[in-house]
Design a protein around this ligand. Sequence first.
Ligand code: PHE
Ligand code: CO
Length: 288
Amino acid sequence: MRLDEFVSNSGPNLRGDYSRARADFTLDQDLSAYTVEEHTLWRRLYERQMKLLPGYAFETYLEYLSGLEAGDSIPGFERVSQRLRRATGWEIVAVPGLIPDLAFFDHLANRRFPVTVWLRKPEEFDYVVEPDVFHDFFGHVPLLFDGAYADYLHAYGKGGLKAARLDALKMLARLYWYTVEFGLIRAPEGLRIFGAGILSSGGEVVHSIDSQQPHRLAFDLERILRTDYRIDRYQDTYFVIESFERLVADTAPDFTPIYKRLRELPPIAPDEAAPGDEIAPRPEHGLS
Ligand code: PHE
Ligand code: CO
């Protein structure tokens, strides 16, 4: 979809300044445009998350995050891109806000991760509906330094372009949701978070690992492709991967016949634990 079409179709709810965006929906990050108050809000968000994450976030994520030294102020993207290019061949590109699916997949398929430039308002400290620079950068960017994770996201982007041709975006979007955004991983030290939607959330960090409420199921590609999700509350179900390498291997097969088969089956509700689902053992963590 063209930029002007996207903006007019999206209506007044679209947040962000699209007037400076190029045809591929990117723009130049204007670091000097952030106010002192915004940098301070970033630092408060960062500090709050850092108090929550030890023992909950995947250690690899925490290591790459600390290497970014991004705790004091909203980081400049170009400096990070230079390091990323050397590490995994990825870069981050600035975008005004949400962009069309195909533009998003095309960026991922070329190892470019779109990061929103605007920061939430102070009253959105605990919850912001659309992804802002804190979610996109803090949640997503650190793991782009991990080789296997970086390859997974690249394959996902190419898979997205293909799923669009096969009219299977709804199914593929569930895979992004339950891995990239809300994925858990069985690390040697215990159950840990790698999904950006949890890592950048004030409340869901503890809920996802410690709460008795949600289902935690072993990663199962076809199960995920069928499972609906809620965007307006903590997840009812999390899927647990064994490693990024395993995730890459499990998603490597051609999805074309899988889409075809699953299209005939009903979706699974977000809170349903269907018979045959393997429930990963409850976490050791925080429970007596
Ligand atoms: N193997 C998938 C396909 O053929 C592509 C893909 C890889 C999708 C990794 C998501 C994640 O469509
Ligand atoms: Co996200």
